[in-house]
Ligand binder design. Structure first.
Ligand SMILES: Nc1ncnc2c1ncn2[C@@H]1O[C@H](COP(=O)(O)OP(=O)(O)OP(=O)(O)O)[C@@H](O)[C@H]1O
Ligand SMILES: [Mg+2]
Length: 256
């Protein structure tokens, strides 16, 4: 039976879709059977981020409205045979989709998969509840900035009212150069502010080629392995900025 994990945040643009796509790809690469569901019905972009926009025939609304079966709407990823996308790209944004309808579709798929990753829209209104209602675990994505953390805190407060098996935080867009000199909140600070364990740290840029899913960067692999093993190994985003050459890299970054 699949673990259903919602990737949420509160604040927009902090990296939910990026994390959902790379994490799903890594889990699939490790042999897990994964469905990545785009529950962002208004501003959906899982298909674009995963590079499958030209392969879509049906989407989740077609399933809900009875035009196809759930399995027919799954798009097999060309690079990862175990990764299946359930998109929402054809759906009209103004159409009402109930949380119950999404739950019925994902519950029907759950017995045949190991993971269902649900990409949540920004905000904490209807779309948030629709994405969370079907999940049994939540990953809250935040950046180490106060505005994102305040929104993450609101999301965490609501998530605590759901009966989830697991609630953890991923800190994205962390600047290793700033963290190495104490000019940015540490994972421990984030953990203390949100009172939720940090299960992943992802650097800002640092050579990551977004859009090329053939390479899954190490920080996403570490996060995915934590989900598989239950461990909390954190990727060291400061490593590049320590020591002699690290100091030079940091100086160069400061001068950009
Ligand atoms: N670690 C990172 N370093 C640099 N850029 C990143 C990182 N993570 C995400 N991004 C970029 O930030 C932008 C927003 O990311 P993404 O779409 O994943 O956020 P989101 O939380 O899903 O947004 P929305 O709330 O609109 O759904 C994208 O251009 C993405 O490539
Ligand atoms: Mg998104």
């Amino acid at each position: 039976m699949a673990r259903k994990i919602v990737v949420t945040s509160g604040k927009g643009g902090v990296g939910k879709t990026t994390v959902a796509v790379y994490l799903s790809a890594w889990l699939a690469k490790k042999g897990e059977r994964v469905v990545l569901c785009d529950a962002d019905f208004g501003l959906n972009n899982v298909d674009l981020t995963a590079g499958v926009e030209s392969l879509i025939t049906y989407d989740i609304v077609d399933v809900i409205e009875g035009r196809c079966r759930a399995k027919q709407a799954l798009v097999k990823h060309p690079l990862y045979g175990n990764l299946f996308l359930l998109t929402s790209s054809n759906s009209a944004p103004e159409r009402y989709v109930s949380p119950q309808a999404v739950k019925v579709v994902l519950d029907a798929l759950a017995p045949q998969f190991d993971f269902i990753i649900i990409d949540c829209p920004a905000g904490i209104d209807d779309g948030f509840h629709r994405a969370v209602a079907t999940a049994d675990e939540a990953l809250v994505i935040t950046t180490p900035h106060l505005s994102a953390l305040r929104d993450a805190d609101k999301a965490v407060t609501i998530l605590k009212s759901y009966r989830l098996n697991s609630l953890s935080v991923v800190v994205n867009k962390v600047r290793g150069d700033l963290l190495s000199v104490g000019k940015c909140l540490t994972p421990k600070d984030v953990e203390e502010l949100l009172k939720v364990p940090v299960v992943g740290i992802l650097p800002e840029n640092d050579g990551i080629e977004f859009g090329d899913l053939s390479q899954i960067p190490a920080p996403f692999r570490v996060l995915g392995n934590n989900l598989l093993t239950g461990k909390r190994r954190l990727y060291d985003v400061t490593r590049k900025y320590c020591g002699f050459f690290g100091n030079i890299r940091r100086a160069l970054k400061r001068n950009l």
